[in-house]
Design a protein around this ligand. Structure first.
Ligand SMILES: [Zn+2]
Length: 658
């Protein structure tokens, strides 16, 4: 199809899906399919800037062009609450309330969601504006990003003509762990916790990115409701639910003791909420009483936030196991005797790495203190040395991968240990996706979800297996169909000619990215020449250091890699460089120039040597390959004779560079 026509068709299609997604809350294609359309459009527009247009969906979302976040002054300030950390402090709050409200009082107790506070404005029931809390007085306009939050109602039913509410945007724990799994496969850094992930998503300039993060929102307060009359906070929450919001669950309590019980219950049930909570909020329920109490300069007088202390428990380390992540990183984990922590039964704790274990001197059999604060996985705080049984031994990480028995290497730049197996089952998905990626063999249509389906269906177990897929079985995959299967098979066939540089990058050898792969490809010309190269020949290549050279030789010597290469060769994948082959006749050879040459200056001679991959050096050593001696050569010539280094005269050199 004509490129311009394809671009226009894609734009129209994406606009249509945007309408379904953002305005009707009823997407008709999966996120994966949507992303594929968008990716294709971005790609085409990048390749054909002449067809770019400011009204392309890649530039605009929801009909509004946007570049930065405009400041918003909150009509009603978004106050923050005073924190209390103990039952005593909560008791003191109760005493204050009793003194200020002698007529009697009810409390409303709610879980405190660990998310991002937002103010949402509705006019005649339609969502018109949303802003971050900011400093409570001024926030940022994130309306477009908020529109992508699926649980945010764009239209309310029965709401007052002007309504401002306050809610908390959060990322559910399920979405968070899926997002991190994807990032791990893509080799991106992991997000620390759902709160940070949500914050990062809300600050995305591109609402498409925010949309992909699948955020949610829970509303917990009416800031302003023109024309509506409520007498209690509980009534407002019920009304909000009636308008169409997800609202925070609440419990009414007659006194502080009942509040304490409810707080404890929330604490125990923490894990049953889809969102992280970092405390409980205790508010006076009657709105008239709230008005009477007012606020100090820092916080309202009528509410406090109770913060749960990070819970610590003692347990015993029953074993230390080592897990292999999707990028091949080995992580030790302590298997501990079950303890209840922050509402869940915990049976293991992360140990991060060998250094962490060494610092604690942690051993199997030890009694340890474990803690769970905001983190998903609990951690070991300390070892109770006095309880250490006799005959324990220090732990050390395995030298071979527990999943595939390949040798383990230490990352060049840190403490991480990594499996080198090209066929490691733990890294299967990531290795295949990387192999097919744009920097690798560039197989269009073989992304994370297709690779996942192929693996799940038992059709694919390693990168080279891609070239042995059968079109009929691929077509039978979910969501695939004959047409896409055909396209995928075509893309796979085409990738056979991708060339050595792409192939090297696709292998995912440590430190060998696009740039190094290109240099290696240009210098060696074929995969076989590279495989036969000794470490010295590798380090002689510009940009390839000793560490990288070691990773390369280690990778090629692994039987799993050799098996992959055999399969690729049999499938007819090209092992040839597509770059112009460099003439490297002097690769790894060092020349020393001395005396005056007739046909070149010394600099010119050095340049010629370097252009053939060699090096020119100033002093003679055992490593010197040749001394090029011109007229009046001096001490260097004598040194060369002493060391038995081959000596060339100018005509012999001319012969070599012919
Ligand atoms: Zn492995």
């Amino acid at each position: 199809m004509d490129v311009q026509k394809e671009i226009e068709a894609l734009r129209e299609e994406i606009r249509e899906h945007n309408r379904h997604y953002y305005e009707e809350d009823a997407p008709v294609i999966s996120d994966f399919e949507y992303d594929a359309l968008m990716r294709r459009l971005i790609e085409l527009e990048a390749a054909h800037p002449e067809y770019s247009s400011p009204d392309s969906p890649t530039q605009r979302v929801g009909g509004t062009a946007r570049s930065t976040f405009a400041p918003v002054t909150h009509e009603v300030p978004l106050e923050s609450l005073a924190d209390v950390f103990s039952r005593d402090e909560l008791g003191a709050f109760g005493d204050r309330m009793a003194a200020l409200l002698p007529e009697g009082r009810d409390y409303c107790v709610e879980p405190k969601i660990d998310g991002l506070s937002m103010s949402l404005e509705y006019e005649n029931g339609v969502f018109v504006r949303g802003a971050t809390r900011g400093d409570g007085i001024t926030g940022e306009d994130v309306t477009e990003n908020l529109r992508t939050v699926r649980s945010l109602p764009k239209k309310l039913s029965g709401a007052p003509p002007k309504l401002i509410v306050r809610g908390e945007v959060y990322m559910s724990r399920t979405v968070f762990s899926q997002l991190n799994a994807k990032r791990e496969i893509a080799g991106e850094s992991l997000l620390a916790n759902p709160r940070n992930a949500a914050a990062g998503s809300m600050r995305q300039i591109d609402p498409q990115v925010a949309a992909a993060r699948k955020l949610d929102i829970i509303v917990f307060n009416i800031q302003r409701a023109e024309g509506a009359r409520f007498s209690t906070h509980a009534e407002t929450l019920d009304a909000l639910r009636g308008y169409g919001f997800n609202t925070v669950p609440y419990t009414l309590c007659g006194g502080i003791d009942a509040c304490c019980e409810q707080i404890e219950r929330i604490g125990e049930d923490r894990e049953s909420f889809p969102y992280d909570i970092d405390g409980a909020v205790i508010k006076i329920n009657a709105l008239a009483q709230r008005k009477k109490l007012g606020s100090t300069s820092k916080a309202p007088r009528w509410a406090v936030a109770y913060k749960y202390p990070p819970e610590k428990k003692e347990s015993v380390v029953e074993a230390i196991t080592v897990q292999v992540g999707r990028t091949g990183v080995l992580t030790p984990k302590a298997v501990i005797a079950p303890v209840k922590l922050a509402g869940t039964t915990v049976t293991n704790a992360t140990l991060h790495n060998q250094d962490f274990i060494d610092k604690l001197d942690l051993r199997v059999g030890d009694t340890v203190i474990v803690r769970k604060a905001g983190e998903i996985i609990p951690e070991v705080l300390e070892v109770v040395k006095s309880k250490r049984p006799k005959s324990t031994v220090p732990f050390s990480m395995p030298e071979f991968c527990p999943e595939c028995a390949s040798p383990i290497v230490r990352d060049a730049d840190g403490v991480a240990l990594r499996c080198t197996g090209a066929e490691c089952p733990a890294q299967r998905l990531r290795n295949i996706v990387h192999f097919a990626s744009r920097e690798g063999m560039d197989i269009e249509g073989l992304g994370i979800s297709v690779a996942e389906s192929l693996i799940r269906a038992g059709l694919l177990a390693s990168p080279a297996g891609i070239y042995y897929l059968e079109p009929q079985s691929v077509a039978r995959l979910d969501r695939m169909g004959e047409k896409s299967a055909e396209n995928l098979m075509k893309a796979i066939e085409k990738s056979k000619g991708a060339g050595l540089a792409r192939l090297l990058c696709a292998f995912g050898i440590r430190q060998v990215g696009q740039k190094a792969a290109k240099v290696l490809s240009a210098n060696f010309g074929t995969l076989d020449a590279l495989m036969a190269a000794e470490s010295q020949a590798l380090t002689a290549v510009p940009d390839i250091g000793e560490i990288t050279a070691n990773f390369i030789t280690e990778w090629f010597s692994n039987p799993q890699s050799q098996h992959q290469i055999r399969l690729l060769r049999e499938a007819g994948v090209s092992f040839e460089s597509r770059e112009e082959k460099r003439d490297n006749r002097f690769l790894g050879k060092t020349f020393v120039l001395t005396g005056a040459l007739e046909n070149f200056t010394r600099d010119e001679a050095a340049e010629i040597i370097e252009s053939y991959g060699g090096k020119a050096s100033g002093s003679v050593s055992r490593k010197t390959a040749y001394v090029l001696a011109g007229e009046n050569a001096g001490s260097k010539l004598n040194k060369a004779r002493e060391l038995g280094v081959e000596i060339l005269n100018e005509s012999q050199f001319m012969e070599l560079i012919k």
